[in-house]
Write a protein that binds this ligand. Structure first.
Ligand SMILES: [Zn+2]
Length: 281
């Protein structure tokens, strides 16, 4: 189509931020850090390569995901521990904080709950920033690798995508059939994954994670959480995912609980306060 005469003027209009987040309450990171200093490890689990596992984190506790042996991307799902209908909302987290998450950003739950589920407290990759390709770390754009898209593009079946890993882990943990567990899986936070959009086509790209052995990201649990984490079959996601070719490593999760009184003055956030009347009046 031929561009209109005022095409340049239309393109020159300055963008506005869709969701200015200045009004969001800032997380009390100093309070969290003081509590974390006194916290002790209460649980540690290993996520084997190309598998997923579930774990609980109590509100007011902390969980750390570590590349214990080498660069490894993780796909994380979060649920309210007693109400699995309330789960992580990758899309609105992206709308509020941007395509990748940083220290102080929240992981938000789905509608109608829309409250912080967890807050990023520490990230050993926070130095990475944005690279020359537009790549950043820890994205909320990539949904999750899944066997349906893989079949669509290759005609092949592969059963250890993060979607399938999370499905099996939830089925085992909740003692539910795979079909029921599958419907609980939702778009993830991609921890340690380095991604962006190509300048030329706008396509989603990935490149080898800058994580190294010992790198970690740590969260404060704002509410009681059931977490499910998959060690992606893409390994560091430098070449491909959805196959057994890439070198994969385990991920280690540690949970830390502070002593009683360490979080005095802090309250677990309530559900969103919108009236839910959706009214014509
Ligand atoms: Zn994956």
């Amino acid at each position: 189509m031929k561009a209109p005469k005022d095409a340049d003027a239309r393109r020159a209009i300055a963008p506005v931020i869709c969701y200015p987040n200045d009004n969001l309450r800032r997380p009390p990171l100093d309070t969290y850090r003081a509590a974390r200093d006194k916290a002790t490890e209460t649980n540690r689990i290993t996520i084997p390569p190309r598998e997923a596992r579930c774990f609980y984190v109590t509100a007011g506790s902390f969980f750390r995901i570590t590349c214990s042996e080498g660069a490894q991307v993780g796909d994380l799902n979060l649920f309210e521990a007693r109400n699995l209908e309330e789960h992580f909302y990758s899309g609105k987290t992206r709308a509020l904080h941007g395509s990748h998450i940083n220290v102080g950003d929240r992981l938000w739950s789905c509608l109608p709950y829309l409250r912080p589920m967890a807050t990023v407290l520490t990230d050993t990759l926070d130095w990475y920033g944005v690279d020359e390709h537009g790549g950043r770390v820890h994205d909320v754009i990539g949904t999750r690798c899944d066997p349906y898209t893989h079949h669509l593009l290759t005609g092949e079946d592969y059963h250890h995508t993060c979607h399938s890993n999370l499905t099996r882990a939830l089925a085992d943990h909740l003692d539910r059939p795979l079909s029921e567990a599958e419907s609980l899986v939702h778009d993830v936070l991609n921890v340690f994954m380095c991604t962006g959009f190509s300048q030329e086509t706008g396509q989603y790209f990935m490149k080898a994670s800058p994580a190294r052995k010992g790198d970690f990201i740590e969260f404060f649990a704002e509410i009681d959480l059931l977490c499910a984490l998959s060690a992606c079959p893409g390994g560091d996601c430098g070449a491909e995912h959805s196959s057994d070719s890439p070198q994969c490593h385990p991920l280690e999760v540690s949970v830390y609980a502070p002593p009683a009184g360490a979080l005095d003055g802090w309250y677990s956030p309530s559900h969103n306060r919108y009236s839910r009347r959706h009214s014509h009046d």
